[in-house]
Structures are given as C-alpha cells and as structure tokens.
Design a protein around this ligand. Structure first.
Ligand SMILES: [Mn+2]
Length: 570
C-alpha cells in the first residue's frame, strides 16, 4: 500500500530544522519498515517450525542440508555479525533468521539471534532462541548467559540464577557472570525480605515526608544558590526554567524542594480518574509523547519542539519517563512541576517502568536513591501508583472534509474523533469497555503484576497476525488488527495511541490506521540509532507527527549506570 506524499499538507507552526521534519499521516501509512524487514519472514513465534527464505521448509534433520546451504548459512551468519557489531539490530535479526532458514542446526546462530532479541527487548523470544541453542549444544555458555539476561529482564531472577550458575560451572573465569550472579542473588534476597515485611501497615511515605516538611526537617542549605519554591505555593514557569538550567549545569536540588514538587504533583494525580478525559478545545492542539526513559537532553529538545505546556497547550506523557537513561529524576521533576503548575494541561499515563520491580532492575531506584536518598525513591513509588492508566483525547470539531483519509471511515463518537491513549495496548478479552478502565482501582492494586487489565494496558504490543498471540517480550500479549478494529468500534474510539516499543522512524501507524505507536527517546540507550517522534492532534482530530534526532549529552554519564550491576550487557 503506498500513498503519494502530500506536499501541500500543512505542518502547522511546528519548528523545523535540518534534524526535524513534520509529516502528515498520509505520508506514511505503514510506518517505518527496515529495508530488510520481511525479507526473511519468521515462520512462527518460537522460530522453530516452517522456514521462510525462498518459501522453503526448514530442514528437519541435518542430513537434509546441502553443503551449499551450509556455506550460505555461514555467510549469512557472518554478515549478520557485522550488522550486529554496528548496532544494526533489525538487519542482523533478518540475516540470522535467513541463516537459520538454511541451516537450523547451528547453535551459535540461535545464540547470536538471542543476543539480538535482547537488544530489541524481545525477551520472550530471547529465552526461546537461547533455549534452542542449548538444546543443540548443552555447553553453549553464551546461550545460558543470554537466557539469564532475558529472564532477568522479565523479572524472573530465579530462572536467571540457574543459568548463571551453569555459565560459571562451564566457564569458571567468567567475571561478568559472577558479578551478575551476585547482584541477582542479592535481588532475590531483597525481594524475599520485602515480601516478608509487606502488609505490615506502615505510614505511607507521602504522609511521613509531609510531616517532616511541616516540622522544618531538611532545611535548604545556606549555601544553596538555585531556584526556590515558596512553601505551599505552586511553582511558576520561571521556577521551572531555572530548575531545568540548574539540572543542565549538573546540579541537584535540595531534598526539601524535590519533596515539595513530588508531593505537589501527587496531590493532583491522586484525585484524577484512572481514565482521564482530555478535550481538545477549538483551535488548540494536544501533543502525545511516548517513552523518554531518562534521556534528559533529548527530553529538553523535545519540549523545545512541542513548546512547554500552558493553559492553551496540552501535553500528554504516555509513560516510561524513567529507567535506563540516567537523568530519570530530572525528567520526572520537570514533568511533575508542570503537572502541579498546570493540572489541566499536563497528563501522565503510567508506563510499565513506573513500577517498583522495573525500577529495581533498570536504574531509577539506584539513581533516585543516589541523588536524593531512599525516602525519595519510596515517595516516587507511592506516587507512581496514583498515575492514571489511560487518557481519552476527544476532538471538539467534526473531522475536516479535507482531512487525511486515515483511518478510512473513522469511527466517531457523537460526531467527533477520539483517541484512547495508553502505554502498552489492548486487552486479553474483547469485552473490556472504557467504563471498565475508568473503574480500575489503580491505587489499591498498586503494582500491575503479571496479569489483569492493569498489566495488559502497561505491557501489551500489537502484532501483524490476526487474533492474539504470545508476547515476544515474555510479559503481556500480542493483539492483532482484528482485535483493535473490534475494540475501537465497540468503544467508539477512532484509534489507539500507544508508546512502549521503539520505532526506527520514531512512530508507526498499523492495524489499518487504528493503532499508532509514538516513541520519544531518540537513539534509545545511546545504541539503537532510531529517530524519535511526538504526535500532535488538532481540535478536528487530525494527527501529525514530528520526528527528531538525538542530542549530545555529557559522555561520562551513560545509560543504565545506576542499575547496580543488574542487566549488564542489556
Ligand atoms: Mn514500556
């Protein structure tokens, strides 16, 4: 399916620069496709059944494979290795798959493809590929190690420990595995300890900290020369600007101010519904921002493109503000400051990284504790439970007659478009309604766990195949275009807008225009080389995308540097 690009489509007042482009939805209905993507179709989700390649069937025994095919498989493997070492993971993935289609009996290729799966955060598939390598060679050290990392990433540390011990028994000098085993064992002990003390009703951190502030504890140091808040007063726009400049200079705030900001935002967030209604007043726009993951310098560039929020300009952050990038605290404080300042112009959906167990593994706990102490982490854990799970953005004017034809014959609600904005995606059941989402007692449930509506909204991903399928991540599930169509029609939703998955071009439009992905962390974890994007929806419900590239940041501060040894190599 291809559409002529529409040069006359207005790009609004979006700033443009050589690294920035605004495109209309009509420019790219299919979203990004890597050049090689699809040339080596994966036969099934576990990659073990029928081969694609030139339409052949994967050999069932090694005797069926000709010497030529074995040679070709090795050549494809070495090409894949080259792409992998240059961080071209999609290309590497396709070439490893092509190699496996020629010769599915080479454990190294399965193991190498598992390494790509880790880079692409397809941890469920990473477990499957490394398991296949181990079936073919029970001494495949790297495969055990990769399977351990994949299990660790999906919070199965006990399974990881079994494999890490195996690595060390096969390769006693493996320092990385020893470090990882040690950190993982500590994590398991800590989780057991926390489970044991959980339930003993303690005073919530927000209450303790408010009392401390009221009692004058943690006063602002006399030599502090940064921005200040008046007690009990909302920040001003000038305060936020000064705070951001302070952060850019590599400085910290006094704990007192950090806590004032966190509590200020919390008091607003906890009063919101689980599904927040966001109307787009006539002539205004709402910007939807995907994962930013602690990449502060990219985040500031993003805000320069969207413009800062104001009473007439709304921003919706669709989760995953924190973890991985090492300025998660600075981003959180900036967004929370704006939320406190403009409660009806800034909205924040919870992502799967605004959760306690992910924060332990991916850096936010380490970072916030290092910068502002353990109480600050505890307070943010509590605040994350108050983040709404979804936003319903509703246009105020009917679609324009000259609107983009995507999606064709849009589903309207009372004559206008509306968009369901959620971090992950749709559900394991067909009959979930907007009222069901609104009724989720998010602050009682606290953490999304491994199943249920909250887990699904934070974790699921779209898939090309119809129906539902296992999650390539190992958490949540995949939902197909038919699921999206049925759900949007039933709920009178024009399209689902979500984040959660990196897109090489910054965004994608799938499922016949009904499923939009926006990812706002360019060159994700300093490695992926992707563009980032945000979506701008106008008051008639028309969506435009702006893409942008990564910005330089201080090079001594690396992603995952606060992750405490866990997740090395991920
Ligand atoms: Mn996510």
């Amino acid at each position: 399916m291809s559409f002529a690009s529409d040069d006359s489509s207005p790009t609004g007042s979006l700033p443009s620069s050589p690294s920035t482009s605004a495109t209309s939805l009509t420019d790219d209905l299919n979203g990004y496709r890597a050049p090689l993507n699809g040339e080596a179709p994966e036969p099934s989700i576990d990659g073990t059944s029928v081969g694609g390649g030139e339409g052949g069937i994967r050999a069932e025994s090694v005797d069926e494979i000709t010497d030529d095919d074995k040679k070709l498989a090795l050549s494809l493997k070495s090409q894949a290795n080259t792409h992998f070492s240059s961080s071209r993971y999609r290309e590497a993935l396709d070439l490893y798959t092509a190699s496996l289609n020629k010769n599915p009996f080479d454990p190294i290729v399965w193991s190498n493809r598992a390494a790509v799966r880790l880079k692409l955060e397809e941890y469920g598939l990473g477990v499957a590929d490394s398991s296949r390598a181990i079936e073919l060679d029970d001494r495949a050290v790297k495969a055990y190690y990769r399977r351990a990392l994949a299990n660790l990433a999906i919070l199965k540390p006990k399974a990881a420990i079994v494999d890490l011990k195996k690595v060390i028994s096969l390769d006693p000098k493996n320092a990385a595995a020893k470090l990882q085993l040690d950190a993982t064992q500590k994590l398991v002990r800590r989780l057991a300890f926390e489970a044991a003390i959980a339930g003993k009703e303690e005073e919530p951190p927000s209450v303790t900290i408010q009392k401390q502030l009221d009692d004058g504890a943690s006063p602002i140091p006399s030599d502090y020369d940064g921005p200040r808040l008046d007690d009990d007063a909302r920040p001003t726009p000038a305060f936020v600007d000064d705070m951001v400049a302070h952060f850019k200079a590599g400085k910290l705030l006094p704990k007192r101010i950090v806590w004032q900001i966190l509590l200020g935002a919390y008091n607003v967030l906890k009063e919101e519904e689980t599904l927040v209604d966001v109307p787009i007043p006539e002539g205004q726009t709402v910007d939807v921002i995907g994962d930013v993951h602690g990449q502060f310098y990219d985040f500031m560039h993003l805000l320069s493109l969207t413009g800062t929020p104001s009473p007439t300009h709304t921003l919706v952050f669709d989760g995953d503000l924190v973890d991985r990038g090492s300025w998660s605290v600075e981003i959180l404080l900036t967004v929370f400051c704006y939320k406190w300042l403009y409660p009806r112009s800034v909205f924040i959906n919870r992502g799967n990284h605004e959760t306690s167990d992910m924060n332990r593994v991916y850096g936010y706990e380490g970072e916030s504790t290092k910068k502002y102490g353990p109480q600050t982490f505890k307070l943010s854990e509590e605040i994350f439970t108050a983040l709404p799970l979804a936003t319903l953005i509703t246009a105020s004017e009917p679609p324009r007659v000259d609107a983009s034809p995507n999606p064709p014959n849009p589903t309207l609600h009372k004559g206008v478009k509306r968009f369901f904005v959620v971090h992950g995606g749709l559900f394991s059941k067909d009959d979930v309604t907007l009222d069901d989402v609104r009724a989720i007692p998010r602050m009682k449930i606290k953490q999304p766990g491994q199943e249920g509506l909250m887990c699904e909204m934070l974790w699921t991903d779209p898939q090309d195949a119809p129906g539902r399928g296992p999650s390539k991540r190992g958490v949540g599930l995949g939902f197909g275009p038919d699921i999206t169509r049925a759900w949007t029609e039933k709920n009178e939703v024009t399209a689902v807008v979500r984040a959660h998955e990196v897109r090489q071009g910054g965004y994608s439009v799938e499922h016949g225009g009904l499923l939009i992905t926006v990812f706002s962390a360019p060159n994700y974890v300093d490695q992926v080389g992707n563009l980032a994007a945000f979506a701008r929806i106008d008051s008639s419900g028309e969506i435009k995308f702006t893409t942008f590239e990564a910005q330089p940041h201080p090079s001594h501060i690396r992603p995952m540097m606060y992750a405490g040894g866990l997740g090395a190599g991920m």
